[in-house]
Design a protein around this ligand. Structure first.
Ligand code: ADP
Ligand code: ZN
Length: 730
């Protein structure tokens, strides 16, 4: 006997596929029947596609014409809570279900027995004859440190034919094995001794354990300055989840952070967790996906997309550095992983811990309103104290032109060097100089496809557009007027700052950390470890170094341009600058040595700069909250952005004007529409972009109104529309 969640052979089932159809398709249940949630292969035109049995079919056309499900895949059916999560997430972000399903099935070859049969690993010895192709195969296997590949993956990764791999197998240089297809992840032992927690930490951990034991949904904001031991505390929450036999997920904003974290997990629980990110091989992704579904991966550490893994019993989600803007996915499905974590947890009675030294105003407001619990760690662990923060008033400094390190900052760096301590010079700009200007005609070099400047990257010896990523060689002559030898770099980027530092501190060891200098996350990790071990006197870095790394011997942080983020009209500018500056400053003085942060600024009296210096966080948040409340913007009001784009600027504006004229559904809920106006970046990859902003009151049914508003629209030709609920900038 089967319940209502089972469909007998021949019954009509509605199947959701990842094809952009925007409706379920009817099929006949296969021999043996299938459960609701089953992953199935179905025919679609001439193709076979992956789908999920969502419920009974509609049966609104001739039964005899309905095709049958080809087969049920050998993976656990999608759980109800996951189906509910996808549904709600789709409604919230106004995303078609097909796109949501794609996020939930990002493990290629899911349940495909063919692709699981054999795997290939590094064997012993060297090939008899070293051809380029063979060398490539070996270097792929070495680069991935012992990971296994399927034949197809390995051949593709090395860009060789499969016969090259087979040849190496014959020689024993590559090993062929049966797939460990369901090789589970090692058990983690929550009973291994933890660190002795301080009283403050113990209190926080106890609160979290109790919350987990309740077995109910809830979110807590774990706030504590960098180095206060937040990680130590939330690992105890993970331990409790493991004791309860539930799974845990830790989201980190940056791949480069995971190495240190994985080591800490190993120390605490005796084994490493599953690591989910876009750089993982297909085989590894497939393994994690399957194991998570069987409950055989107790802990997953990953990027935001890990939220869409099919956990069997997810009991805890940690969002570390919850304020980080990289949690917002800005491509494809526009979602904020922090908010989706809360939704996901609500669907499966899990707890969420949002950890940060500088929470987002959203989370701060939710805690303030009592929606989130607030757990605070007041002081840094041990003797370590927060860095002293000071401004360097740039109006009073003697600055030779083309230099950015003030005499005061220079003296401070020299003092640290004399004591054998490290300094960090921070600038939030990649490349050599933000502007390349022709001294003959006064034109700046711009991208051909975007409304953006080309940025000189000397390290790569090219100009690069930071919008579309296009690069071209640095020209000799001005592309506008053709005069030779007149191009000049204007303003500082990290590479130029490094050049200045090398001249200013000729015998110091200087390490520059910028994302474009490292081909791989691995190389970057190695560099970060080098710095932590003390192999640098001066570190020069962009945003990359601001995040959670531990440099015990680093005692000075110099911010080259503290005013940078305050320019422009974005209402979030103050919040961002405050968070970034506090975060960067937190790099100084992590161990026994006290730290100092020096902020170069032209406006030391600016309220944001003053709040950063005084450390009066509550005062800052209250002022920010007042301002946002007054403007009726998030988190005290709701916003959405509509981006319209197309190759023809007039057509894009016409579309915007049509929308603006027909704003009835929005007016019905009291929302206001602004625009159409050129988007903050008005042209990207040759497409003109126009933005409309919608503002509504807190409880207003914004998504519903927007869907009704845009539903009648027919997008002709190459026009595109995307909806961004809770945009990052407004
Ligand atoms: P946060 O996550 O708040 O930045 P961490 O958890 O990384 O802080 O702690 C900062 C440093 O202090 C780490 O090196 C950590 O191992 C250490 N630490 C924190 N709490 C303890 C403790 N109770 N016992 C020993 N070391 C601790
Ligand atoms: Zn461009």
């Amino acid at each position: 006997m089967h319940g209502p969640d089972f469909f007998e052979q021949g019954n009509l089932v509605g199947v959701l596929t990842a094809q952009p159809l925007d409706r379920m398709l009817d099929y006949k249940a296969p021999e043996g029947g299938c459960f609701r949630g089953a992953f199935v292969e179905v025919p679609l035109g001439p193709r076979k596609v992956l789908g999920v049995v969502w419920g009974p079919g509609q049966g609104d056309y001739d039964y005899s014409k309905v095709r049958g499900v080809i087969r049920v895949l050998d993976v656990a059916p999608m759980r109800d809570e996951m189906r509910m999560f996808l549904r709600r997430a789709a409604d919230y972000t106004l995303t078609p279900m097909s796109a949501m399903l794609r996020l939930a099935t990002r493990a290629p070859g899911l349940g495909d027995p063919q692709s699981m049969r054999k795997i290939y690993r590094l064997g012993t010895g060297e090939p008899e004859r070293k051809t380029d192709a063979r060398t490539r195969v070996l270097s792929v296997l070495r680069d991935y440190g012992g990971l296994a590949f399927t034949l197809k993956e390995l051949a593709e990764a090395a860009d060789v034919t499969s016969s090259v791999v087979k040849g190496l197998v014959k020689q024993g240089v590559v090993r062929e094995e049966d797939s460990p297809r369901d090789l589970p992840f090692p058990k983690l032992d929550p009973e291994l001794p933890s660190k002795v927690l301080t009283e403050d930490q113990e209190r926080a951990a106890t609160t979290m354990r109790a919350a987990l034991q309740s077995g109910k949904y809830g979110t807590a904001l774990l706030k504590g300055v960098t180095g206060s031991g937040k990680t130590e505390v939330y690992l105890e929450a993970v331990a409790e989840a493991l004791r309860l036999g539930r799974q845990a997920l830790v989201l980190l904003p940056e791949i480069a952070l995971t190495a240190e974290f994985l080591n800490r997990v190993e120390v605490r629980f005796g084994a490493r967790p599953a690591e989910w990110h876009s750089g993982a091989t297909m085989t590894e992704r497939r393994r994690i996906w399957r194991m998570v579904g069987q409950g055989e991966a107790p802990l997953v550490v990953g990027a935001r997309s890990a939220l869409f893994l099919p956990f069997r019993d997810l009991g805890l989600i940690i969002v570390d550095e919850e304020h980080d803007t990289s949690y917002k996915q800005e491509d494809g499905v526009l979602y904020n992983a922090r908010d989706m974590a809360v939704l996901r947890a609500a669907m499966c009675s899990a707890r969420v811990i949002l950890a940060s030294a500088t929470p987002s105003l959203e989370s701060w407001a939710n805690a303030d309103a009592g929606k989130y619990d607030r757990i605070e760690l007041k002081s840094r662990f041990g003797v370590s104290v927060l860095p002293e923060m000071k401004a360097i008033d740039m109006r009073a400094e003697q600055m030779p032109s083309g230099t950015w390190i003030s005499p005061s900052l220079r003296r401070a760096v020299e003092e640290r060097r004399a004591k054998g301590e490290q300094s960090l010079l921070f600038i939030n700009r990649r490349g050599y100089a933000p502007i390349t200007l022709c001294r003959a005609c006064g034109q700046q070099i711009a991208c051909d496809h975007c409304d953006a400047r080309m940025v000189e990257h000397r390290f790569l010896k090219r100009l690069m557009c930071h919008q579309c990523g296009e690069t071209k060689p640095m020209p000799e002559e001005c592309p506008s007027c053709g005069v030779e030898g007149k191009l000049a770099a204007v303003g500082p980027g990290i590479e130029r700052l490094a050049e200045e530092a090398e001249a200013a501190f000729p015998d110091a060891t200087i390490v520059t950390l910028s994302s474009d200098m490292f081909g791989s996350a691995r190389a970057l990790k190695a560099k970060i470890e080098e710095i932590a071990e003390g192999d640098a006197d001066i570190v020069i870095g962009t945003q990359l170094v601001a995040k959670g790394h531990n440099f015990p011997n680093l005692t000075l942080v110099g911010v080259i341009d503290a005013d940078l983020g305050l320019q422009g009209s974005d209402l979030r500018a103050a919040e961002r600058t405050f968070q970034l500056m506090r975060q960067v400053a937190g790099r100084a003085g992590r161990a026994e040595k006290p730290g100092q942060a020096l902020l170069q600024t032209f406006q030391p009296e600016h309220p944001v700069i003053r709040a950063i210096l005084s450390g009066d966080e509550d005062g800052f948040w209250e002022a920010e909250a007042r301002e946002r409340r007054g403007a009726g913007v998030p988190p005290y009001g709701r916003m959405a952005g509509i981006i319209l784009s197309g190759p023809d600027v007039a057509a894009v504006f016409d579309l915007g004007n049509v929308l603006a004229r027909n704003d009835g559904p929005l007016r019905a809920i009291g929302a206001q529409v602004y625009g159409p106006a050129p988007a903050p970046i008005a042209r990207v990859r040759g497409r003109h972009r126009v933005r409309m902003l919608i503002k509504a009151e807190k409880g207003a049914p914004l998504q519903e109104a927007i869907s009704r508003w845009i539903a009648p629209l027919r997008l002709k030709g190459d026009l595109r529309l995307s909806v961004d609920i809770d945009p990052q900038s407004f």
